[in-house]
Design a protein around this ligand. Structure first.
Ligand code: NAP
Length: 460
């Protein structure tokens, strides 16, 4: 894949980049390994100073960074500004809390004394997607830098300027050379790098195919991996839900980030008592969506990240209809330049159709009417994915009981799946393994070393 900025609002190439040579990649890995030998010995205070500086630079450059995000992948500008702030919050969060999270854990063994010490493991390699160009990197880099690891990131080929901008923030923050390095290489070359013995752990956020490729290399070379992959979150509306509130959140859940969130609400499952009311209100709101230039504050739905992404989504919808699904709304590409797709609702989807099990990465909602709560849970779980999910009910205890039965890593009651620095993020099944963010996210690439002292009277 060419490494290029292509503005998805126009589909025009803005800037092209040369891939790094193998020699340059090798030098970058060597620099990260060399930086590790010093960084692992720094204090939490020294590490947190760098991260707080990165966070404050991000906030100071909010407009510039948000403009780059919108230019390269089409996010609405206000949401891009929100992403910059969220990413800065994540850097600050780990800078503030890591020492507490990583404190020695004292054990009470039957004999002697023992504790767990949290030590870094070395150079980590992260492969990141384009849909949240700053946030995805923040949640991988911030905790791991606080542990004492050093970081190599291969960012998605369509957001090269965002990738470079993050590395520049570290340089400007005074980070040592090799602490954080951006690798301008294509996805094809990423998996091969895992074999490099200087790299000790790998993390990928992206599609199942890319995740399987990277993780199989990691398995082959006995390295720890974390995968955050796709999702097809169920959004369940029970008969006792506040329908108007559910509709408002359904629109946000489906259209946030132009529909390109791993945790977007993708399958809307309504029990029959309220299904028609929900669908007609949902349709009316989606139909009124203002589609246009993501830099225009009036726009509610911008382009997809690339023409290829828009074509793929359009083909999925066309195939679903050819296989017997019904279009309640949309289904076409708007008559304008750019990687746009109309807000769309599909219904009458059956398990024998490809779309039933696929992820719809854009403004296309799959709607299902089911008999009751049990049928809603069954359908929610009939998916290869298990990332997030939502339940709408005025009875929170009922919501918790339903949440308990959903096979996913996160369930939100009366809200679409969301993210914040102090809540864990991650999935089950085809959505990957491991967690990012919160206290759990700092626990993945750390050596939990047992240190035991024996008294002479101990039996062994
Ligand atoms: P993708 O093609 O898998 O790209 C993600 C990253 O993987 C990019 O940097 C890409 O590089 C790289 N890559 C591609 N092929 C690779 C390979 N064989 N080996 C190693 N790396 C490879 O994903 P996408 O379609 O652009 O992104 C959308 C997907 O990501 C969706 O499924 C979405 O749900 C998922 N996602 C999940 C989360 C989560 O937290 N669970 C968050 C965001 C997105 P190139 O760009 O150079 O191809």
């Amino acid at each position: 894949m060419a490494i290029q900025t292509v503005n998805p609002n126009t589909n025009k190439v803005v800037k092209s980049f040369e891939e790094m040579s193998d020699h340059a990649v090798d030098a970058a890995v060597a620099q990260a390994a060399s930086a590790y030998t010093n960084w692992r010995k720094t204090s939490y205070k020294q590490r947190s100073e760098v991260l707080h500086k990165v966070a404050s630079l991000m906030r100071a450059k909010k407009e510039h960074l948000a403009t780059l995000i919108t230019l390269e992948m089409g996010k609405l500008f206000a949401q891009a500004e929100g992403e910059v702030v969220l990413s800065a919050d994540i850097f600050d969060y780990y800078a503030t809390h890591a020492e507490k999270f990583l404190a020695d854990k004292h054990l009470s063994p039957e004999y002697g004394q023992a504790f767990i010490r949290h030590s870094p493991i070395g150079v980590l390699f992260g492969v990141e997607p384009w849909n949240f160009p700053l946030y995805q990197v923040a949640r991988f880099a911030a905790p791991n830098i606080m542990i004492g690891n050093t970081i190599l990131v291969k960012h998605a080929s369509i957001v090269p300027q965002c990738g470079i901008a993050i590395e520049d923030l570290f340089k400007e923050a005074g980070a040592p050379v090799g602490l954080y390095t951006n690798l301008l290489i294509s996805g094809k070359r990423a998996s091969a790098l895992v074999a490099d013995e200087r790299i000790k752990g790998v993390s990928l956020t992206g599609s199942e195919a890319a995740g399987a490729s990277l993780a199989s290399e990691a398995g082959k070379h006995l390295k720890k991996s974390v995968l955050e992959l796709g999702g097809s979150d169920a959004f369940i509306i029970l008969e006792d839900a506040d329908i108007d509130k559910a509709v408002e959140w359904a629109v946000v859940g489906r259209l946030n980030n132009n529909g390109e969130c791993c945790v977007a609400s993708k399958r809307f499952i309504a029990v029959e008592a309220i299904a028609d009311e929900f669908l007609s209100k949902f349709k009316a709101k989606l139909a009124a969506t203002v589609v246009g230039d993501p830099m225009d504050p009036k726009t509610q739905l911008g382009p997809l990240s690339s023409e290829a992404a828009a074509v793929q989504l359009f083909i999925q919808v066309k195939k679903a209809v050819a296989e017997g699904a019904s279009l309640v709304l949309g289904g076409k590409r708007p008559d304008r330049a750019g990687a746009f797709m109309e807000p769309t609702i599909l219904t009458d989807i059956k398990p024998n159709m490809a779309v039933y099990y696929e992820e719809l990465f854009g403004p296309v909602a799959a709607f299902y009417k089911v008999k009751d709560e049990a049928a809603a849970i069954k359908l929610a779980n009939d998916s290869p994915f298990g990332l997030g999910g939502s339940v709408f009910t005025e009875d929170v205890e009922r919501g918790k009981r339903v949440a308990e039965q959903i096979d996913s890593g996160m369930v939100f009651i009366n809200h679409p799946t969301w993210t914040q620095a102090d809540l864990p993020f991650g999935g089950t099944k085809g959505s990957g393994y491991g967690r990012e963010l919160s206290e759990l996210g700092i626990d993945e690439f750390v050596n939990k070393k047992l240190i035991r002292t024996s008294a002479l009277s101990d039996p062994f």
